[in-house]
Write a protein that binds this ligand. Structure first.
Ligand code: TXA
Ligand code: MG
Length: 334
């Protein structure tokens, strides 16, 4: 739990129209008073974020949520089941927010983070907080205070809440259509949601198919490290064989390759540079470590990353959604 005077100082900065980086259970957020258009515009400038991408509004409970958006029956049910937690509900806006927050849309994404520090800050400021992930647009989301400081320097006030427990951004679900649609997968899975409100669609389902992305290239490089990332999927032994082949070829060309492997496959790689993402039985570990590993690889100036796919089940689905993007859908199937 963060010191009361740090929360007070941060709340003061927010009320004065400034920005604060706050921890949440998912990733660190770059927060401003959601009711203050000028403050929110500072977020877009600081991040270099395109202004057609709406921000999530963070609340300290259902009451604040109801003052921000129309919490319909499904929204209410999901909030009761998963809040505080990593689930963002897109609902009709009540029109109280400056248009810059919702990028001019008549809907708003709302979430109550499962993090005492963030909740205390929202309550102390007494206003909902608009907060995207606290990274410069295009780099991996920050899961420690040091990641935030690396992107924004000393001038930004960062509340250090340690490493985020989840490590991937929240699940985003649009509840405004007849059939709700998952816009971004996260650790709250489609199955968990369907157990609560019945069947929903998944806008990112296509990423599981063999189909090439609709629009390849930069558009998808949301979570991009500097290194070129290649995902290798298939049977563990074949995956290791393929990665070793590509890795050794890279070395001869003067590249600096790195393997991101599952713990149980480490033994296949001998003395090659390797970091462990997790184990196939525990994709939650990979979720928690992914962004930190990508950032560390950049710092150590690796030019190539070979990522052993984790099973796309449960949290593994969200992990691979982010990894595919970091890899610009550069996938080798063996
Ligand atoms: O876990 C998280 O969600 C983190 C922490 C800080 O809460 N925040 C986060 O924010 O990941 P950001 O801005 O990086 O991602 C917000 C996502 C974007 O994909 C945005 O397009 C979508 O939510 N979004 C927000 N409001 C929306 C709306 N009204 N309609 C559709 N999508 C919306
Ligand atoms: Mg982001």
């Amino acid at each position: 739990m963060t010191d009361a005077h740090i929360i007070e100082k941060a709340a003061h900065i927010i009320i004065e129209g400034g920005l604060v980086a706050m921890p949440t259970e998912t990733v660190y957020g770059l927060a401003a008073n959601a009711l203050d258009a000028e403050a929110v515009s500072r977020i877009f400038t600081a991040k270099g974020r395109p202004d057609d991408n709406p921000l999530i509004v963070h609340v300290d409970g259902l009451m604040m949520a109801r003052q921000t958006g129309v919490m319909n029956e499904r929204a209410q049910a999901l909030a009761e089941r998963f809040w505080p937690g990593p689930l963002t509900l897109v609902v009709k806006s009540l029109g109280m927010l400056p248009l810059i927050v919702t990028a001019g849309l008549d809907t708003v994404g709302i979430r109550m983070p499962d993090c005492d520090t963030a909740l205390s800050l929202i309550s102390a400021a007494g206003v909902p907080l608009a907060a995207p992930s606290a990274n410069k647009s295009g780099s991996p989301s920050p899961t420690t205070a040091a990641h935030v400081a690396k992107d924004f320097g000393d001038e930004l006030f960062v509340i250090d809440g340690g490493a985020c427990s989840v490590g991937l951004e929240s699940t985003v679900i649009d509840l405004t259509a007849d059939v709700p649609v998952i816009l971004r997968p996260g650790v709250v899975t489609q199955q968990m949601i369907e157990e609560c409100i019945g069947s929903v669609e998944n806008a990112s389902a296509e990423f599981l198919s063999n189909a090439a992305p609709a629009a390849p290239g930069m558009k998808y490089r949301h979570y991009a490290p500097l290194a070129m990332v290649t995902v290798v999927e298939g049977h563990a032994v074949s995956v290791a064989e393929a990665i070793k082949y590509l890795y050794d070829k890279d070395l001869k060309k003067g590249e600096k390759p790195l393997v991101m492997a599952l713990r149980e496959n480490k033994r296949y790689y001998g003395r090659r540079d390797i970091v462990i993402t997790g184990s196939s039985g525990d994709p939650g570990e990979a979720a928690k470590k992914l962004y930190a590993l990508l950032r560390a690889a950049d710092e150590q100036q690796y030019s190539r990353i070979y990522f052993e796919a984790v099973p796309k089940e449960g949290i593994g689905y969200a992990v691979m959604n982010r990894v595919y993007k970091a890899a610009s859908y550069n996938i080798v199937k063996v």
